[in-house]
Write a protein that binds this ligand. Structure first.
Ligand code: SF4
Length: 488
C-alpha cells in the first residue's frame, strides 16, 4: 500500500504560514535544513514525553502509530477503529484535501468523539491555536460527528500531592468555535500551497522578520549565509531587531554604512566602533569601582536547576525550578552540594547553601536572575532560613553586569555574551566538558535520577559537577582578570 496519500502535513502547513520559501524548501530541498540543535532535540523529547504521559487522562487506548507501518495503514486503521466505536484512540490519523494530521487522543463519549491535542506548555500560543484549528478542519471533514478539539496544556496552579494526578495536572481549552470559523481560511491557504508547489520554482522571498516568527526558520543557515558576513549589521549585538530590519530594508547592509547618528544608544555605538576597528573598549573607572566593591573573602557560585514539565516531587508544580547542585570556587577550594531529590531535598539544599556561603563577604555570579529566583523560592518555602538567604542575596555580585552594560567589550565576543563565550575570549585556562547548556544539564540529571546505582550513575553526577564547577572557575577567572587589569 502506498504511503503517499497526502501532500501536506501540519508541519509543512505551518511553514507555509510562516514563509512560502521555507515551505517550498521543506517540500523540495529538505537537505538544506539546519542541523537540529541538542536543545531543540531535548525540547521535542520533552513534548513527546508529556504527550505520552497525558494518555493517562484516557487510559487503555489503542495507539495507531504502534500498530501500523505507514500513513496509509494508520489512516485505514483509524477508520476501522472509529467504525468499531473504539472508545480511546491514540495518534488517530486523518487525511483530508491532501493534508495529514495525527491527533494525540480521540475519545468516545455517548457515541460522540472528542479530540485532545497535548502541549508541554503552561500557555496556549497563537501557533498552538492555528495548529489545533487545522487539525479540527481535517478531522471534522473525516468524522462529521466530531464534537470538539481541546488543546490540553499543563496547569500552572497544580502542585503534586503523594502522586501526580493527570486529571489535575492538565487543563483544557475548547477550539471548536474558532476552528469552524476558520474553515474557509484553511481551504484558501491549502489551495495556495498547492499552487506554489505546482509552480515548481523557489519563491523569491527576501530575509525578514518572518525568519524569526513564530520560530527561527529551519532554513536560516541557507538563506542567511551571505547576509551574515563579518561586518553585517545583523552582527551588532543589543540592537533591536525592528531597527536592524529598518536599516536592512533601507539598503544598509554593513556596519560601516551605519552612521553613529542613526544609533540611539551610546553602548551600541561603542560596540559598532569596537567591531569595526577591532579594538577592545573599556570603562576603566567603572570596572575599577566594580572590583573595589567586592569584599574579601570572595567566592564564585553557580547553581544548576531542574524544571521537569511533569512534577516529580511532592509539593512542586509543572516547570517549577528545583535546584539540585550548587558549587563554589574561591581560587583554591571547590565545595559543592548535590541533591538527588528522590524526595524533596530543598530544605537540605537551603541549609547547605547557607553553610557554604556563610564565610564569604561577596559571592560572584554570572547573570544572577536564576540564582535570585532560587534563593527567594527557598526563603519562601523554608522561612527558618530566610534571614541567612537574604544575607546571601545581598552578597551577590553579578559579573555579567560589566558585559551587559558594555563597560568592557572585546570584539571577539561578537554578539555572544554567554559565560562560555566571554570566558573563552578572556581566559586561557577554562574548558567546558560535554554538557553544553542548562537544558542538557537537566537532561543529564533526569538520566542520573533514573539510573541504577553504579559506575554510569556516578559518571553522570561527576559530569554535572564538573559543568557547574567550570562555570564557577570561569566567573572567578573573570573577576581575577578585571581585578588585575583595572585595579591599581
Ligand atoms: S530563512 Fe527566512 S526567508 Fe529563508 S526560508 Fe526561512 S523564513 Fe523564509
Amino acid at each position: 500500500m502506498s504511503d503517499k496519500i497526502y501532500s501536506l502535513s501540519k508541519t509543512s502547513f505551518l511553514k507555509f504560514d510562516q514563509c512560502q520559501k521555507a515551505f517550498f524548501l521543506y517540500k523540495n530541498h529538505p537537505y538544506l535544513r539546519d542541523k537540529i540543535s541538542v536543545d531543540k532535540q531535548l525540547t521535542f523529547k520533552r513534548g513527546h514525553d508529556v504527550g505520552f504521559y497525558a494518555q493517562q487522562l484516557f487510559p487503555g487506548g489503542i495507539d495507531v502509530s504502534k500498530e501500523t507501518k505507514n500513513v496509509a495503514q494508520a489512516a485505514e486503521l483509524t477508520k476501522q477503529l472509529i467504525q468499531n466505536q473504539t472508545s480511546v484512540i491514540y495518534e488517530a490519523t486523518f487525511v483530508f484535501n491532501g493534508v495529514l494530521v495525527m491527533i494525540d487522543i480521540l475519545c468516545l463519549n455517548d457515541g460522540i468523539y472528542t479530540a485532545y491535542e497535548i502541549k508541554s506548555s503552561l500557555k496556549v500560543s497563537e501557533v498552538y491555536l492555528k495548529d489545533a484549528y487545522l487539525q479540527y478542519y481535517v478531522i471534522k471533514n473525516n468524522l462529521p460527528q466530531l464534537d470538539d478539539l481541546f488543546l490540553v496544556t499543563l496547569n500552572q496552579d497544580y502542585l503534586m500531592e503523594e502522586q501526580t494526578d493527570p486529571k489535575k495536572l492538565f487543563k483544557r481549552r475548547s477550539t471548536k468555535q474558532k476552528a469552524l470559523e476558520n474553515f474557509s481560511f484553511f481551504e484558501h491557504k491549502i489551495n495556495e500551497a498547492y499552487q506554489l508547489l505546482e509552480q515548481n520554482a523557489i519563491p523569491n522571498i527576501a530575509i525578514g522578520k518572518q525568519c524569526f516568527r513564530p520560530y527561527q526558520c529551519d532554513f536560516f543557515g541557507s538563506c542567511w549565509k551571505d547576509v551574515l558576513h563579518e561586518k553585517s549589521i545583523f552582527n551588532l549585538p543589543l540592537v533591536d531587531k525592528n531597527k536592524l530590519f529598518e536599516w536592512y530594508d533601507s539598503g544598509l547592509r554593513s556596519m560601516e554604512q551605519i552612521e553613529d547618528s542613526l544609533i540611539e544608544k551610546e553602548n551600541n555605538i561603542v560596540i559598532k566602533n569596537a567591531l569595526l576597528n577591532n579594538r577592545i573598549f573599556s570603562r576603566a573607572e567603572i570596572i575599577k569601582q566594580f572590583v573595589e566593591k567586592i569584599k574579601l573573602p570572595v567566592a564564585a557560585m553557580d547553581m544548576e536547576i531542574w524544571n521537569p514539565a511533569i512534577p516529580q516531587i511532592k509539593g512542586t508544580g509543572p516547570f517549577e525550578q528545583i535546584p539540585f547542585l550548587v558549587c563554589f570556587y574561591n581560587g583554591s577550594n571547590n565545595p559543592h552540594f548535590f541533591a538527588e531529590h528522590q524526595s524533596d531535598q530543598r530544605r537540605q539544599f537551603a541549609e547547605e547553601l547557607c553553610v557554604l556561603s556563610e564565610s564569604y563577604a561577596s559571592i560572584l555570579v554570572y547573570d544572577k536572575t536564576m540564582e535570585v529566583a532560587v534563593i527567594e523560592m527557598l526563603a519562601k518555602k523554608h522561612p527558618e532560613f530566610s534571614e541567612q538567604l537574604a544575607a546571601l542575596k545581598n552578597k551577590l555580585v553579578d559579573v555579567f553586569e560589566l558585559i551587559l552594560n558594555v563597560d568592557y567589550y572585546h570584539p571577539a565576543f561578537k554578539n555572544n555574551f554567554s559565560l562560555k563565550s566571554v570566558s573563552g575570549v578572556l581566559l586561557s585556562d577554562v574548558s567546558y566538558n560535554q554538557i553544553g547548556s542548562g537544558l542538557e544539564a537537566m537532561n543529564y540529571f533526569d538520566q542520573y535520577r533514573a539510573a541504577e546505582v553504579g559506575e554510569q550513575k556516578e559518571e553522570l553526577k561527576q559530569q554535572l559537577i564538573s559543568y557547574c564547577h567550570t562555570d564557577c572557575l570561569a566567573t572567578f577567572g573573570l573577576f581575577e582578570f578585571f581585578s588585575s587589569e583595572f585595579s591599581n
